[in-house]
Write a protein that binds this ligand. Structure first.
Ligand SMILES: *[C@@H]1O[C@H](CO)[C@@H](O)[C@H](O)[C@H]1NC(C)=O
Length: 275
């Protein structure tokens, strides 16, 4: 009996620590197509011919390790885009993007990433995934500290945008960002450059979110004073993580702006030269 009681208590604490999507997010558009369910443990976005939908975080963050589990639109998702990103406001905004471009059943999603600093992006890197992202939830993380922006999938780093301010390249470090996500129709460009159109007979399209965790500095809160900053503040990729990232980039990267000389006739962006 005593053991059962203790186990029960642990379960409660774990759920509380996992947070509640009602507390962390506001549904911002979609006229009822975005829903928070199961007492705040699940969020779903949906898209039909009339509209997509979206949500945003209540908090703004300035550095942190931010995890979200996402299960993407299954089946024929061609033409749909699920965007999940951090962004500040204004013309010189910073932004850290994950975008999932849907595909025909059985064809792989494209995971598109980008980093904007001071309003300037053009730093796309695209990947295929080593699993079917529609079959189950997978964890997509952004580790953002003063020296790195690291994109991770199930804990495996896929991209490391380094702070190269000493070389004159802007780094996101003083504009707090909110988390945004939306599911929308982009069949004018998303799948094979717009060749494959959304099949509306398969609507509504649904993407699901759960287990959000932000170990982060929250604007307007004393959380994240020096002593409470945990491991992520100083984290960078150790040798084995660098090896895993190289494995992903070698086997799953399908586009890297740094390899696209044709696109930059004036020369590749300066960070490309600094390996
Ligand atoms: C969809 O699948 C095709 C065929 O494998 C592939 O060429 C394409 O890059 C995939 N992704 C998108 C977003 O079109």
């Amino acid at each position: 009996m005593a053991v059962l009681f203790v186990l029960g208590l642990c379960a409660l604490v774990a759920v509380a620590a996992a947070g509640n999507l009602y507390q962390d997010f506001d549904v911002t558009w979609g006229d009822g197509r975005a829903k928070i369910l199961n007492n705040g443990q699940l969020l779903t976005l949906s898209l039909d011919k009339t509209s997509g939908s979206g949500f945003q975080s209540k908090n703004e963050y300035l550095f942190g390790k931010i995890d979200m589990q996402i299960k993407l639109v299954p089946g024929n998702s061609a033409g749909t885009v699920t965007a999940y990103y951090l962004s500040s406001q204004g013309p010189t905004h910073d932004e850290i993007d994950f975008e999932f471009l849907g595909n025909l059943s059985g064809d792989p999603y494209t995971l598109h990433t980008n980093v904007f600093t001071q309003g300037k992006g053009n730093r796309e890197m695209q990947f295929k995934l080593w699993f079917d992202p529609t079959e189950d939830f997978h964890t997509y993380s952004i580790l953002w500290n003063p020296r790195h922006v690291i994109f991770m999938v199930d804990g495996t780093p896929i991209r490391d945008f380094k702070n190269l301010e000493s070389r004159g390249i802007a780094f996101p470090k003083n504009q707090p960002m909110r988390i945004y996500s939306s599911l929308w129709n982009a069949d004018d460009w998303a799948t094979r450059g717009g060749l494959v159109k959304t099949d509306w007979s398969k609507a509504p399209f649904v993407a699901s979110y759960r287990n959000f965790n932000a170990d982060a500095c929250v604007r307007g809160s004393s959380k994240c004073g020096g002593s409470t900053k945990s491991g992520w503040w100083n984290q960078e990729l150790d040798l084995s993580s660098q090896g895993r990232m190289r494995w992903v980039q070698k086997n799953y990267m399908i586009y890297n702006y740094c390899n696209d000389a044709k696109r930059f006739p004036q020369g590749l962006p300066p960070e490309c030269a600094i390996a």
